[in-house]
Design a protein around this ligand. Structure first.
Ligand code: HEC
Ligand code: HEC
Length: 206
């Protein structure tokens, strides 16, 4: 029979072992995933911190969201011009396991430090991000994307995405090109061009 002290020790060591277990169930270290990461880095940057405004940062992105996007590229459901040009070909080569591994890998990378580009635009965007536009039925963005725009499960991280990329997505949600963006359609339909720019500036600065 174990005494109380050993039991307490066992409980404590189990708690320490848990993060390690979670780590080892990640598919990020699979050789086929690491080879792919190398290719992705040529556009999305080292560890998914993009220095190129064309390719969005992937570091810190929600696992579930990345999996859905890669599958949407592979099935050609997400079909903006640049996605067709850059992501359809490469995603066609990925297995489900690689997709999960890539999503594990990017979810675990540290996002780049926040960067302000246009404080005035960002301040207006912040207001919209937290309040929405109630009289037009636009909900606040924070309720789905998080108070730090850090994302949650299927709701993507927006913090640190380049404002030009974010703006293009907000426009794309008004079209049939991102069919899984249905939750975003109401939000973007009622917003003006200026408001889209302000929101893009704000989340990009986080
Ligand atoms: C030749 C350049 C290039 C390569 C290589 C590349 N990508 Fe991309 N990727 C892009 C561009 C450009 C976009 C954004 C297109 C747009 O603006 O619509 C994109 C978009 C994405 C998105 C959508 C991000 C979001 O926030 O919705 C994901 C996820 C993604 N790529 C993952 C990957 C992964 C994983 C790899 C490696 C297997 C990879 N990409 C390789 C250029 C590239
Ligand atoms: C009801 C929940 C909800 C609300 C409110 C919401 N979003 Fe989203 N948003 C989503 C979901 C879900 C997606 C992912 C869609 C997909 O899978 O293509 C998304 C995707 C996005 C993307 C694309 C990200 C990328 O990496 O390509 C942007 C940008 C975005 N939202 C901005 C906003 C802004 C700005 C607001 C506030 C005006 C907002 N969202 C409000 C649920 C929401």
């Amino acid at each position: 029979m174990k005494n109380k002290k050993t039991l307490a020790l066992l409980v404590a060591s189990a708690a320490f072992a848990l993060p390690a277990l979670a780590q080892s169930s990640s598919k990020a270290e699979l050789p086929a995933v690491q080879r792919a990461v190398h290719v992705c880095a040529s556009c999305h940057g080292d560890e998914g911190r993009s220095k190129d405004k064309l390719a969005p940062s992937l570091a810190g992105q929600m696992r579930e969201y990345t999996i859905r996007q890669l599958k949407d590229f592979r099935s050609q459901a997400r079909s903006e011009t640049d996605i067709q040009a850059y992501m359809w070909g490469i995603s066609a080569l990925l297995t489900d396991e690689q997709i999960e591994g890539l999503a594990d890998y990017y979810a675990a990378q540290k996002p780049a430090a926040p960067k302000s580009r246009n404080p005035k635009l960002e301040a207006a965007g912040k207001e919209l991000f937290f309040k929405g536009v109630p009289d037009k039925g636009v909900r606040d963005c924070a309720s789905c994307h998080g108070d730090q725009a850090e994302g949650a499960a299927g709701f993507p991280r927006l913090a640190g995405l380049h404002p030009d990329y974010v703006y293009r997505q907000l426009r794309a949600f008004r079209t049939p090109l991102r069919p899984h963006g249905v939750l975003m359609k109401n939000e973007t339909q009622a917003l003006t061009e200026t408001q889209l720019r302000e929101l893009a500036a704000y989340v990009g600065s986080r």
